[in-house]
Design a protein. Structure first.
Length: 104
């Protein structure tokens, strides 16, 4: 009999709030074009990030990311040294002064 592998075996069980956040993230990432597998992978990694209180973020989580993939904050000139048509790499954890969580 094949059992499903745990996403992260060293983590304690997620609370209801953490599980809701994970489900929301998976759906958001898929709406923004990621595959289910890539979305689940990153939602799991971000659960760990949150528990570790790491302040780095992914651009795919940000309200500034437009459907075209361009950063709205960059188009407004709010990120010094970045072109106004900047298309960020969406799956690199980083710090950004203009980051805003996408609110459901």
């Amino acid at each position: 009999m094949n059992a499903l592998p745990a996403l992260n075996a060293h983590r304690l069980i997620l609370s209801d709030k953490q599980m809701t956040r994970m489900v929301y993230r998976i759906a958001l990432f898929q709406r923004r074009g990621w595959t289910p597998q890539h979305s689940e992978h990153w939602a799991d990694r971000l659960a760990d990030r949150d528990m570790d209180r790491d302040e780095r973020r992914l651009c795919i989580e940000c309200a500034n990311l437009q459907r075209s993939g361009i950063c709205f904050a960059a188009t407004q000139g709010k990120i010094p040294g970045v072109a106004k048509n900047w298309t960020p790499v969406q799956d690199i954890l980083q710090r950004c002064t203009t980051f805003k969580f996408q609110i459901p």
